[in-house]
Design a binder for this molecule. Structure first.
Ligand SMILES: [Fe+2]
Length: 335
């Protein structure tokens, strides 16, 4: 293949956002009228997978690469100014607002809407990674829950690709990241938006959101069980001190462990109206110190994925003060 942006793949590796350059010698078997186009709908993907084509050629300069590869992630022309970031994120954030709003009235999830958001986030990860990952920084008061959901969806998707997980699992984890906090729609606004530390009673109410979300997801037909488990267990800690069930070690699924890491990382690095966010490296320092909370093997992988140093390997270890830890714990009230 002479053009370095062209890549031949098996049809099972095809996914949304890929630009199909051709089918090589199998062009007669193509089920499509157009010879070159971007795969942009599940219907097209299904048609391709059910066709007699076995391989295809994609153009990495015009679309996403195979899952498990970071090919196509770097886009040197991207300019993530606040205005550009805002424009890129307006669409998925608005879509999540709609999912949450519909869920509040129907107490179930519109699965098609969820799939559509994951498609948008997935494409942004490849076409505008700096913009989508900047969502981990900026949060506005009215949109915090929606933006956090989009951010965790993006982080988990990136993390899963870094681990080279199967493309179906990447998709399921992204859905889980998007919906992990859906139960928050059942929590009173005054508790959700409280900026001071929650009282014990308020915390008890807040801690019902995993069960509330799980119940909603259970009413949604066709959602993989992993998504429900992510929602139910994303606040569990491996030493058994988490909630709602105080699970330990192997009782917490790997999927929930991954989302827990992305959830807390986004909470710590977010800039919100009433506080500065921690830098990613400071967040890493703190998360590494909370022994018993996270799966340390996955945590190390996550730091690698984000280009962060494992704290003990950092040439200049940050000094974490009690004030920083207290502030960080308060941040986790509302995530
Ligand atoms: Fe949560």
């Amino acid at each position: 293949m002479t053009n370095s942006t062209l890549l031949q793949i098996d049809k099972d590796e095809a996914r949304l956002g890929m630009f199909i350059h051709g089918f090589g010698r199998q062009w007669l078997r193509s089920p499509f009228a157009a010879s070159q186009f971007k795969l942009s709908s599940h219907a097209e993907l299904k048609t391709l997978r059910e066709s007699s084509v076995t391989t295809l050629v994609i153009d990495l300069s015009k679309g996403v690469g195979p899952t498990g590869s970071t090919a196509g992630l770097a886009k040197p022309n991207e300019n993530p100014t606040p205005a550009n970031v805002g424009a890129a994120l307006a669409k998925p954030t608005g879509m999540v607002r709609s999912i949450f709003s519909n869920a509040a009235s129907s107490l179930s999830i519109d699965r098609q809407q969820v799939e559509a958001v994951v498609d948008v986030v997935d494409q942004l990860l490849y076409t505008r990674p700096a913009s989508i990952l900047n969502l981990t920084k900026l949060k506005t008061k009215d949109e915090i829950s929606f933006q956090h959901s989009v951010a965790v969806c993006a982080l988990v998707g990136l993390f899963a690709r870094h681990l080279k997980l199967d493309s179906n699992l990447v998709r399921i984890l992204s859905v889980g990241g998007l919906l992990h906090d859906i139960g928050k729609i059942r929590i009173p606004t005054e508790i959700l938006t409280k900026t001071d530390k929650l009282t014990a009673d308020e915390m008890a109410v807040m801690q019902t959101h995993p069960h509330e979300g799980y119940a909603m997801l259970a009413r949604t037909k066709g959602l993989p069980e992993i998504v429900g488990k992510i929602c139910l267990h994303h606040h569990e800690k491996l030493d058994g001190s988490g909630y709602p069930d105080g699970l330990k070690d192997g009782q917490v699924s790997a999927a929930a462990r991954m989302v827990a890491i992305c959830d807390v990382f986004d909470a710590l690095t977010s800039i919100r109206p009433y506080k500065k966010g921690f830098t990613p490296q400071a967040a890493a320092e703190m998360m590494e110190k909370w022994t018993g909370h996270f799966d340390r093997v996955l945590l190390k992988q996550f730091f690698d994925c984000m280009g962060l140093k494992w704290p003990s390997q950092s040439a200049q270890t940050l000094e974490i003060t009690d004030e920083m830890v207290g502030s960080a714990e308060a941040d986790l009230n509302d995530f």
